[in-house]
Ligand binder design. Structure first.
Ligand SMILES: C[S@@+](CC[C@H](N)C(=O)[O-])C[C@H]1O[C@@H](n2cnc3c(N)ncnc32)[C@H](O)[C@@H]1O
Length: 481
């Protein structure tokens, strides 16, 4: 019966908005986690129907001594009606529900007749229909095999490779190569790979297409001296993608501040055989950019916590009631945005950094364009000479760009990438890329920084100081030459 108590407790905590489904399920004992998460999700899908049935059958009134909460009744009645019964030894709680078994089944039939449906599944709440338009994306872990070997593997499993851009909703056997991401395959949304050997051995990673964009845009170095930071790594999809793009060469520092998520990250990286990754359980904001360890870092990926408003293939929306306080929502977005901005500004302080990718799975301009435009105006961007990478370096073929009306300079929107759920066959996503521009012309425009260097010498901000030193050396060379 403990398993039902655990599932009911997750539902109780969801009701009182104490976390997301994913977050709350991660607190359940590992041995029961899979089972509990399946029961919670199924119960949520049928919640309105189950609540009606329990009401009509008067279950809570007649068994109020045994059934202490509606959520406990929901999970038990779910298993009586839609599974093979309650999976627990005999006892007073089980008996309290089973006494009403005939009545419960009767109420279920009445609802089906009333709604004119034949199958139980037709009573499930519609999951977000935009999710049904998202193919099952499978990223090939090129550290372990190549795309041709992967294609052969799936063909041997009975799939047919088609030269198409989208998977037909009627054909579950077709698969295709993605047009934008080289190591990505598309399958029908209903295909599950959880039991596939290639998934279990880390040879494929189940990752939404949009979530593959940041690593590709960052374009990390492939060199034994390459040094890259993934500042917000767990669970590690983008880290393993970066590691693959770096061909396991150089060093990829994978930072993650949350201890539990850090442990998930390490498991993921070892499964994917990422050998060039140094996982670090630390808060990126507390890392000293001048620390020798990171002095050679040229590329930083920032995929910080966000509202997640772009994710459509998860069930959290089932528990988001309409009365969700708009104000609290706005406040939360602004809090997230100021944290996100801090992360970008911190990344800009690393002395050798040349390229910073900032991404979110949010569709809110507050967390996307607004954060980018604030970052561009920040002291860190001005003194470090950061600007947006041009469209030609940021998935040039991708049609949907940033919202120009949300940028100070509308032309900057072309540098940004957006994905819209329901329209782009992906979750909602946003990608931007800052690059350090050290041209002489730009330097000339920063007279103030020059003055600061003259006045402060060694203590002036390092990137500008380095540039100025380089400039001085070049001038001296020219004079000598
Ligand atoms: C959106 S998730 C990252 C997903 C990851 N990039 C992936 O593709 O698998 C954000 C992660 O950043 C972590 N995080 C948030 N703030 C952080 C900080 N200041 N330093 C390090 N990690 C942080 C969170 O704990 C969370 O695991």
């Amino acid at each position: 019966m403990n398993f039902y108590f655990a599932a009911a407790e997750v539902l109780d905590r969801l009701d009182s908005k104490k976390g997301s489904i994913k977050g709350l399920i991660s607190t359940v004992a590992e041995k029961d986690r899979k089972r509990t998460s399946a029961l919670v999700i199924q119960t949520l899908k049928y919640k309105p129907v189950l609540t009606d049935i329990i009401d009509q059958a008067n279950l809570m009134k007649e068994e109020r001594k045994k059934l202490t909460s509606l959520n406990l009744a929901l999970v038990l009645v779910h298993d009586v009606l839609f599974c093979n019964g309650i999976q627990a030894g005999d006892g007073p709680i089980k008996q309290a529900v089973l006494r009403h078994k005939t009545r419960l089944h009767g109420e279920l039939q009445k609802i089906k007749i009333k709604r004119g449906v034949k199958f139980d599944e037709d009573l499930a709440q519609n999951t977000d229909e935009r999710a049904a338009l998202i193919p099952r994306y499978v990223r090939i872990n090129t550290l372990l095999w190549d795309i041709d070997e992967a294609v052969q593997h799936f063909v041997s499993k009975g799939f047919t490779l088609k030269n198409i851009l989208q998977i037909s909703p009627t054909s579950k056997q077709d698969f295709a190569k993605d047009e934008h991401i080289p190591s990505l395959l598309l399958f029908h949304p209903d295909i599950s790979f959880q039991e596939d050997d290639a998934y279990k051995s880390g040879k494929v990673i189940l990752q939404d297409k949009a979530s593959c964009f940041p690593a590709v845009v960052l374009d990390p170095p492939v060199s034994p001296n390459g040094a890259v930071i993934d500042a917000t790594s767990a669970p590690g999809n983008k880290t393993s993608h970066l590691s693959a793009l770096m061909c396991n060469a150089g060093t990829l520092f994978a930072l993650e501040r949350d201890r539990k998520r850090f442990s998930t990250l390490k498991t993921m990286l070892s499964k994917a055989k990422c050998k060039n990754v140094e996982p670090v359980n630390a808060d990126f904001l507390t890392v000293d950019p001048m620390d020798n360890k990171y002095s050679q870092v040229t590329h930083i990926l920032l995929d910080p916590s966000c509202s997640g408003s772009g994710i459509v293939n998860r069930l959290d929306y089932l528990v988001e009631s309409e009365q969700k306080a708009e104000l609290a929502h706005e406040e939360r977005l602004h809090k997230l945005a100021s944290f996100q901005l801090m992360m970008i500004k911190h990344a800009m302080k690393f002395p050798a950094v040349q390229r910073i990718v900032y991404s979110t799975c949010s569709v809110h301009a507050v967390e996307d364009e607004h954060v980018v435009r604030a970052a561009l105006k920040s002291d860190e961007a001005l003194s470090g000479h950061f600007k947006l990478a041009p469209q030609s370096q940021v998935l040039p073929q991708w049609k949907r760009r940033g919202y120009s009306s949300e940028m100070d300079d509308p032309s900057h929107a072309a540098s940004l990438v957006r994905c819209l759920p329901g329209e782009d066959a992906t979750n909602g996503f946003f990608v931007s890329c800052f690059v350090r521009d050290i041209s002489e012309q730009e330097l000339g425009a920063h007279q103030d920084s020059k003055r600061k260097i003259d006045e402060l010498g060694e203590d002036a901000d390092i990137p500008t100081a380095q540039i100025m030193k380089r400039r001085k050396k070049n001038k001296q060379k020219k004079k000598r030459g």
